[in-house]
Design a protein around this ligand. Structure first.
Ligand SMILES: [Zn+2]
Length: 401
């Protein structure tokens, strides 16, 4: 019994760690039985990362660990080490990528979850990783160790199908009727954007992955995957496999902050908001939809509750936002108590007068009641959420205490 982790194999050839890992599992020698492989997303702001910052792990049932090590040594040298230094195509990346630096870790016993929690919420290095039984390669050892350390408590499943064509630039063909059907199935989640009906299962750009369909159970993901593969308009696939994942776990968020707004800066064209508070500065991009609308609505003095990811620059990138209380935006003169006509100022320090009955009162203002655009918690639209983001609809209730 042992655990194997792998990370950082994405390459210029359009490689993908999931496909590399699938090949490794298919190539395991007789006498080794693999459990359900795990696809583990890590801290999105990690300095070095692969696409989507996902690492892989699997539990292996093995009688002869020595011969397994010999097999993994040979597999490493033949299939994984050659990926070292390969680049991903930059055109599909949202920021410059590092060359692949594959790493693989084997543990005879699964380490505790501490390294996972550090690696999903912040920057980690290899020095604090649990000591492996055997290690191969470079930077990918970090993700490999973190993936093995994932306790798998809050979990979803993703069934990934790989294309049979080598031509990964060619437009993907997925049967949209079948996608529409599985979207209504119990336990199939996050597959279509309810706003515009567009599919969310295909990766953007060059990748051997045809699609990844998500479920709240292994069987839901598996059945949806088989339905899509069997549909007439779906292109042929080379293989598919169900992964257990920490996607939609919310594990990357450490808690809710209660803050008071000091100032709101809005980019005049792109509508990104920087909300300065009595704590960290909050960043909300236009893609955040309702989160961004609410952030832009805020005024100094408003009290908010917020959850998000701390960027290395110290700002908090907002993923969930709620207004707890808010200051008045406008004020107005009161109405005349007898004729219900709006009083008018007589000039500075001169008090107010009713235009109708001419009654006079001291100078006063009333706050105009206002409602925020959203009263409850808001989150970005489905296609703008992080892989790790737990949908608000899945929460039993969010407490600010
Ligand atoms: Zn009056």
């Amino acid at each position: 019994m042992g655990w194997l982790g792998l990370d950082d194999t994405d390459s210029l050839e359009g490689g993908c760690t999931t496909a590399t890992f699938h090949a490794l599992l298919e190539g395991l020698p007789p006498g080794v039985t693999a459990g359900v492989p795990r696809l583990v997303r890590l801290w999105p702001f990690a300095q070095r990362r692969t696409r989507g910052n996902a690492a892989l792990a699997v539990e292996l049932q093995v009688d002869d660990e020595d011969s397994l090590m010999q097999h993994l040594d040979a597999w490493w040298t033949k299939h994984l080490e050659p990926l070292d230094g390969a680049f991903e195509p930059s055109s599909i990346s949202e920021r410059p990528q590092s060359p692949a630096s594959p790493g693989m870790m084997y543990y005879s016993e699964r380490p505790d979850a501490q390294y996972y929690w550090e690696a999903v919420r912040g920057e980690v290095d290899i020095s604090s990783a649990p000591l492996p039984t055997k290690a191969w390669g470079g930077h990918g050892k970090i993700g490999a160790a973190a993936a093995v350390s994932w306790p798998g408590e809050t979990t979803t499943w993703e069934a990934i199908a790989w294309r049979s064509t080598e031509d990964t630039i060619r437009q993907r063909s997925i049967d949209m009727n079948a996608l529409l059907e599985i979207d209504g199935w119990d336990g199939v989640v996050l597959s279509r954007d309810p706003r515009n009906g567009s599919g969310l299962i295909a990766p953007r750009g060059r990748s051997p992955v045809l699609f990844g369909v998500r479920g709240t159970s292994f069987t839901a993901a598996e059945a949806a995957c088989q339905h899509l593969i069997g549909a007439p308009e779906t292109e042929s696939v080379s293989a598919w496999r169900v992964f257990q994942t920490n996607q939609a776990s919310g594990d990357h968020l450490s808690g809710i902050l209660s803050l008071t707004v000091n100032e709101v800066e809005i980019h005049p064209v792109r509508k990104h908001a920087h909300v300065h508070t009595d704590g960290p500065t909050l960043v909300s991009y236009a893609e955040g939809g309702p989160v961004n609308s609410l952030a832009r609505w805020l005024k100094p003095g408003d009290s908010i509750a917020v959850a998000g990811l701390f960027h290395p620059d110290g700002s908090l990138h907002v993923e969930r936002l709620k207004v707890e209380s808010w200051v008045a935006r406008n004020r107005e003169r009161p109405l005349c108590s007898s004729c219900r006509v709006r009083l008018k100022s007589m000039g500075k320090g001169q008090g107010l007068r009713c235009p109708s009955c001419k009654a006079r009162t001291p100078d006063t203002w009333l706050d105009v009641p206002i409602q925020p655009p959203f009263i409850e918690w808001v989150e970005p639209p489905m296609d703008a959420r992080r892989h790790l983001a737990r949908p608000l609809a899945w929460e039993d209730g969010i407490s600010t205490t």
